[in-house]
Design a protein. Sequence first.
Length: 396
Amino acid sequence: SALEPWGAMLSGQQGTDPGYDPLAFAVEQAHLRGLELHAWINPFRAGNTKDSTLLAPTHSFNMRRDVARVYGSQLWLDPGEPAVHDHVMSVVRDIVQRYDIDGLHADDYFYPYPQSDAAGRIDFPDSASFARSGSVLARDDWRRQNVDRFVARMYREVHELKPTVKVGISPFGIWRPGNPPGVAGLDAYTAIYADSRKWLREGWLDYLVPQLYWAIGAPQQSFPALLDWWLAENILGRHVWPGLASYKVNDGTPGAFSSSEIPDQIRFTRSRPAARGFVLYNTTTTLRKNGGAVAASVKPLHVIRAIPPAFTWLDALAPPPPMLAVTGRTLTIVPGEGEAARWWHLRIRIAGRWSTLVIFGTRQVITLDGDPERLIAHAIDMAGNASTPSGWSSPP
């Protein structure tokens, strides 16, 4: 965009136009397949030092050296600089305004995970920005406040532009060691200044994906204990969907997952009514690693197509039901008067067998795979609310 250069993964060189818009293409292709697309960002990461000579002239590290920082092997935009918040939010607003995304998602990197050198832990180089801020807080508290301000602002401004675009965050899976009792590990509250429990309890997000990248039987990072703790912290009833580490399945490391771990985690998640979903990280290891072994292991658990649960705090009103007209194997969906449907959820019986389709709302003429006997349709709006059903039956 005018704000940031093209990524190097598109052409081999940062800043080179690949000849198409990959995000527009991804949104279109996702919607054709009945999938939502949530744009995923790391707000303040700028790159790696080894890549600094390969950055395009328009890259933020080159354009705003006054607010960019070198931290160990990484390049960062300083979260303590108001100009950085303004720049990142300009990128977020550009994404939300120009693309028909369904959600905006921030990863777990706000301040960097700690790095060390021969002298010990490296402190993030923000002394100057801290001094300029005039804050009376201790620097650690000031850093947390910087992240809190950004998270709250991102949530507010995304919804000012498009009230039903969902905002999600996937924080490190442990808020603080000892929460719940017996849990040990990195203290994200003090190490990367992420008070993720506060974001959830304040309602500064629509869904939380805590990265619960440990096994069910992990002694100090129990997947069940951590999931139950996060669900108990969800006092406003947002969506909490655990992140599952598909990348760990048979990866050859001491903490490698067995082939049954991810299906078992999905079953456990489904045993908790308050956890109406999960997220697999990442796509490549889920779909391609070992010939798609992870995808094959979870396929039996996904026989019926489903839609995400509704975000009723964004919009609680259901859209009008559609009308259905069938000519031979052609189904025509006539939208009802009022709010436009984002999706059509169709249940179809052909030759005595039911199937389910999720179709983007702009498609209103569908060719069926056989002669329909029974159809049931719901309109689904952007917030996931379902209309009352509409039905059609073949003449006797």
